[in-house]
Design a binder for this molecule. Sequence first.
Ligand code: ADP
Length: 162
Amino acid sequence: MRTVIYPGSFDPLTNGHLDVLLRATKLFDRVVIAIAKSDGKQPLFTLEERLTLVRESVRGLSNVEADTFEGLLVDYVQRRSAHAVLRGLRAVSDFEFEFQLALMNRKLNEQFETIFMMPKDTYTFLSSRIVKEIARLGGDVSAFVPDHVRAALSAKLATLPG
Ligand code: ADP
């Protein structure tokens, strides 16, 4: 059983995340979306909300599981007895940070590999941050996120002051 962990904040999950995830399901027996608590990034959605949105998005994909984690990714990977970590690469601008992260994780634990996958070209400009910004300014994000995520974004933004 080959397991890959796909970690991230998923605040919220976008069609770009889903594109990479679907590609990974063809290569691994099991893909675990591991939602990081990411308190330092002051997420818009709570950890529980992000988990619910991811679960709803992957319903029907039998070899995908959604989970949450706190603390070091390498510890989580070991706990789950996974073989690899998956990260998405959109543009050269992602590379430097991802390169540093992957090599640091290897220093911390040499037992697993980090692999990178590119999304469909139409998603290379997409990020959770930009989707939140467009939604906040009243724009239409229906081409960028699943419909239940779009609805959750409107509901969440309606509760915020200003
Ligand atoms: P993080 O806060 O760890 O960057 P994100 O939720 O923003 O978490 O992203 C999780 C992973 O998904 C990262 O590897 C990121 O590069 C990748 N990713 C995000 N958006 C896209 C996209 N549009 N296409 C491909 N990969 C993406």
